[in-house]
Design a protein around this ligand. Structure first.
Ligand code: FES
Ligand code: FES
Length: 154
């Protein structure tokens, strides 16, 4: 039995300690907004927040999480920074197939939680490990710039 704090709710689940968080989110909890891409920590599609920091849930055994807060793309309702990022996404439309987008959005929100107005270099660094097979990198960065109040496109 593992106890987790997911999207501000405590849940007790009959899963093994070594099950990756991504499997618990998608297959046990039905929170399918978090995506399975590579399964080996290389693409960023499975990114969620753990105590506010972006982590790759495909490579995180649930037994290692303890009482840290897990926030998924479904758990952003009361987060004003998330709303700014989503507004940027609406304005710049960086979505094509959409598969990478929950991970990109979670990484962007975590960045803005850490720093209200990150530089272009800091944005690039925070998003650098996030693969987009549709090649929407430029628009994704422009969406984040909208969220930080910059009018300068790449
Ligand atoms: S699915 Fe987790 S990093 Fe690719
Ligand atoms: S929008 Fe298709 S993978 Fe990024």
């Amino acid at each position: 039995m593992v106890e987790l704090n997911i999207n501000n709710k405590i849940v007790r689940l009959d899963v093994s300690d070594d099950m990756p968080l991504l499997w618990v989110l998608r297959d046990v909890m039905g929170l399918t907004g978090t995506k399975y891409g590579c399964g080996i920590g290389e693409c960023g599609a499975c990114t969620v927040h753990l105590d506010g920091k972006p982590v790759r849930s495909c490579s995180l055994p649930v037994g290692s999480i303890g009482n840290q807060s897990i926030i998924t793309i479904e758990g952003l309702d009361n987060d004003p920074i998330a709303q700014k990022i989503l507004d940027g996404w609406v304005e710049k439309q960086p979505t094509q197939c959409g598969y990478c987008q929950p991970g990109q959005i979670m990484a962007a929100i975590a960045l803005l939680h850490e720093k209200e107005k990150p530089s272009k270099e800091e944005i690039n660094r925070a998003l650098s490990g996030h693969v987009c097979r549709c090649g929407m990198y430029q628009r994704i960065r422009n969406a984040i710039k909208v969220a930080v109040g910059s009018t300068e496109d790449e």
